[in-house]
Design a binder for this molecule. Structure first.
Ligand code: SIN
Length: 189
């Protein structure tokens, strides 16, 4: 359980590598029965309402495991997090498992298929092409994907969906994306 007045939040997307909020503890963790998928549209960070980018959500998948990062935070941090995750995500109770096998109750932001920005499944090659052409107020969509893949490798996590999109994206020429300060110049744009 979290200490009094604090709660564990499980991050599986940008919350793994972009911790722009105060936390008391950070520990690698996983959740069971959920799969990470680039099926959520991003209108406010990695795309626009007219041209949404693609970011991750969790999809129920019995037997699956999703690795990420857990943060112990005070309730005052939810103002910031709810705003950051406002485009379709809801806080959902979830059981987390830490690397040492201990478990605790926590929360996770999930964008479920009924939300207005949901895009749904597509082949990894289509997702890579979509990500390559998308950009929003937080920067190029490919930066999100490449940072996530790097963070998952650092955690020793396997995620064939993310790594296949990364492979396809790099094959399309997104090598310098993660360092880009400027929005990516779109091929053909
Ligand atoms: C998360 O990282 O846990 C939620 C999705 C995101 O903000 O990328």
């Amino acid at each position: 359980m979290a200490n009094a007045g604090t709660v564990w939040i499980f991050g599986y997307g940008s919350l793994i590598w972009k911790a722009d909020f105060a936390f008391l503890e950070r520990r690698p963790a996983r959740v069971h029965g959920w799969a990470r998928r680039f099926w959520q549209g991003s209108h406010d960070h990695r795309g626009t309402p007219e041209a949404p980018g693609r970011v991750v959500t969790l999809i129920e998948a019995p037997g699956a495991v999703c690795d990420g990062m857990a943060y112990r935070i005070g309730h005052d941090v939810f103002g910031h997090l709810d705003h950051r995750e406002k485009n379709g995500y809801e806080r959902v109770p979830i059981e987390l498992e830490f690397a040492d096998g201990t478990r605790t109750d926590g929360l996770v932001y999930i964008a479920d298929p009924r939300n207005h920005a949901y895009l749904g499944p597509a082949h990894e090659s289509e997702i890579a092409a979509h990500i390559l052409r998308s950009v929003g107020p937080s920067g190029p969509n490919c930066e999100y994907l490449l940072h996530l893949a790097e963070a998952l490798r650092a955690l020793g996590a396997d995620d064939p969906h993310v790594f296949e999109i990364e492979r396809q994206l790099l094959a399309l020429g997104a090598h310098r994306c993660a360092e880009a300060d400027e929005p990516l110049t779109h091929p053909g744009a």
